[in-house]
Design a protein around this ligand. Structure first.
Ligand SMILES: [Zn+2]
Length: 69
């Protein structure tokens, strides 16, 4: 079974729904068009591309997070 780095559209929809359509870091409102699906445990550190390991972020938080890694 291969591992995918990118979340599928169905996974993204579930993660966004679970977040209540808000960024999980700053709470800004998100839509399916503009949200970023992030790995809680980074893929590069063995995190799964799965709904339980995903979080909904806005573009700003996603960029901050990738800058700090
Ligand atoms: Zn945010």
């Amino acid at each position: 079974m291969g591992h995918r780095r990118c979340f599928s559209f169905a996974q993204k929809r579930l993660i966004l729904l679970r977040s209540g359509y808000c960024c999980e870091l700053c709470g800004v409102k998100l839509t399916i068009e503009n949200f970023h699906c992030d790995h809680k445990i980074p893929y590069s550190r063995g995190g799964a591309t799965a709904v339980y390991n995903g979080q909904a972020l806005c573009a700003t938080c996603n960029r901050k997070k990738s800058d700090s890694v």
